[in-house]
Design a protein around this ligand. Structure first.
Ligand code: NAI
Ligand code: ISE
Length: 341
C-alpha cells in the first residue's frame, strides 16, 4: 500500500470529551493528518478547543458546511450519538471517508441505512469507532485463539465494570453504551455471530440510583454454539475493569491485565487498578485512528466497518428486548453482503 505524501485534512464534528481528545491525538500524536475544520453546536467550545490546542483550524457554524468544505478530505464524527446517522450519511453523499464514534446510529435500522448508502456508493467510506480490536491485549488473546493452542472456544466469561455512572445513565444504556463494546469485540475475537441472548438481573447493588438496575448479566449464544456470559456492573466502585476469559477444549486464555508496576509496601503486594476507560484504552484509540488515517491515505478504509456497527446494533436491540421480557430472544442478523468481505 503506497501512502499519499500529503497530510490528510480532517474535519471534526463534536468537540466534547472524546472529540477534543481525538483532535489532540490527530494533531499532536499521530502521523499524517491535520485538523483543518471543527464544529460543535456549542461553537464557543469548538473555538476554545482550537485555541487551547494551538490549531490553525476553521470553526464552522454547522456540520453540513464542514462536511462539504473543499479542504476537508475526511470527517470524524464525535458528537452525541443521535446525530451520528445524519452526519455519516452526509459524508457518504459527499464521497468523503468518515470515522464515526459509537454508536453508528441509535437503532439497527439507522445503521442499516448507512450500510445501504455505503453499498450504493460503491466503495467503503466508513470506519466505525470500536477501538477494542486495536487493543494490544485483545490482539494477543485473538492470536492465541486463532493459533488453536486452546482448541475451539466453548465458553467465555467476561466483565465490563465501571466505578460509577451519573444520573443520566439508564438500564438500557448498560447495553447500548457499555455492553456494545463486548458485542463488537467478541464477534471479532471468535469470528462468529450471535444467535440468541438473555439478560438476567442479580441482586441490585445499593450503590446504584433508584431508577437503575445494576448489575446485569447478559448471556449470549453464538452460531457455532459458544456460550458467553458478560457481567455489566457500572457502579462497582473499585475501578474500571475489563475481563475476558476464553475456555477452550484444551486450555484457558485470559485477556492480559493492563501493565502496572507491582508494589511491595507496608506488608502488602499490590497492583493498581485503573479508574478510567480513557486510560485503559488510550493506546487503542491511537492505533485505531492511525489506521483510519493510513487507510484513507492509501485509498483503503479499515475496520470495524459499518456492517460491524450494524451487527452490534442488531444484537443490542435483541438485548434490550431480553431485558424487558426476561426470556431468550433470537438475534436475527441478515447474511453479510459480499461488499463487506
Ligand atoms: P460529550 O457530551 O463530551 O461531547 C459531545 C459533543 O457533541 C458536545 O460538545 C456537544 O455539544 C456536541 N454535539 C451534540 N450534538 C451535536 C450536533 N448535532 N452537531 C454538532 N455537535 C453536537 O460526549 P463524549 O463523551 O465526547 O461522547 C461523544 C460520542 O463518543 C458519543 O456518541 C459516545 O458514545 C462516544 N464515545 C465513545 C467512546 C469509546 O470508547 N469509543 C468513549 C466515549 C464516548
Ligand atoms: C463509555 O461510553 C465508553 O464507550 C467506554 O469505552 C466504555 O468502556 C464505558 O463503559 C462507557 O461508559
Amino acid at each position: 500500500m503506497s501512502l499519499n505524501t500529503q497530510a490528510l485534512k480532517l474535519g471534526v464534528i463534536g468537540t466534547g470529551a472524546i472529540g477534543r481528545d481525538h483532535i489532540r491525538r490527530c494533531s499532536q500524536t499521530l502521523l499524517g493528518s491535520q485538523v483543518v475544520a471543527v464544529t460543535d453546536i456549542n461553537q464557543q467550545q469548538a473555538a476554545q478547543v482550537v485555541a487551547e490546542l494551538g490549531l490553525s483550524a476553521e470553526v464552522y457554524p454547522d456540520a453540513h458546511a464542514l462536511i462539504l468544505a473543499a479542504d476537508v478530505e475526511a470527517v470524524l464524527v464525535t458528537s452525541w450519538g443521535p446525530s451520528h446517522e445524519e452526519y455519516v450519511l452526509a459524508a457518504i453523499r459527499a464521497g468523503k471517508p468518515v470515522f464515526c464514534e459509537k454508536p453508528l446510529a441509535v437503532t439497527a435500522a439507522g445503521c442499516r441505512n448507512i450500510v445501504d448508502a455505503e453499498i450504493a456508493h460503491g466503495h467503503r467510506l466508513v470506519q466505525f469507532g470500536f477501538m477494542r480490536p486495536y487493543d494490544a491485549g485483545y490482539q494477543a488473546l485473538k492470536a492465541v485463539i486463532d493459533s488453536g493452542q486452546i482448541g475451539e472456544p466453548l465458553m467465555l466469561h467476561c466483565a465490563h465494570r465501571n466505578p460509577r455512572v451519573g444520573e443520566h445513565y439508564t438500564t438500557d444504556m448498560g447495553i447500548t453504551d457499555t455492553l456494545i463494546h463486548e458485542l463488537d469485540v467478541l464477534r471479532w475475537l471468535l469470528d462468529d455471530d450471535y444467535v440468541s441472548v438473555q439478560v438476567v438481573f442479580p441482586r441490585k447493588t445499593s450503590k446504584a440510583l433508584a431508577h437503575l438496575r445494576d448489575p446485569q448479566v447478559v448471556l449470549l449464544e453464538t452460531a457455532k454454539g459458544t456460550r458467553i456470559d458478560v457481567e455489566v456492573f457500572v457502579n462497582c466502585q473499585y475501578g474500571y475493569d475489563i475481563q475476558c476469559e476464553v475456555v477452550g477444549e484444551t486450555g484457558i486464555a485470559k485477556l492480559p491485565e493492563p501493565s502496572q508496576v507491582q508494589l511491595r509496601s507496608e506488608a502488602k503486594l499490590s497492583n493498581a487498578i485503573l479508574m478510567d476507560w480513557k486510560d485503559r484504552f488510550i493506546a487503542a484509540y491511537d492505533v485505531e485512528l492511525q489506521a483510519f488515517i493510513d487507510g484513507v491515505r492509501a485509498g483503503q478504509v479499515g475496520s470495524p466497518s459499518a456492517w460491524d456497527g450494524f451487527a452490534a446494533a442488531v444484537a443490542a436491540d435483541a438485548c434490550i428486548q431480553a431485558q424487558q421480557s426476561g426470556v431468550i430472544v433470537n438475534v436475527e442478523l441478515p447474511p453479510r453482503p459480499a461488499f463487506y468481505g
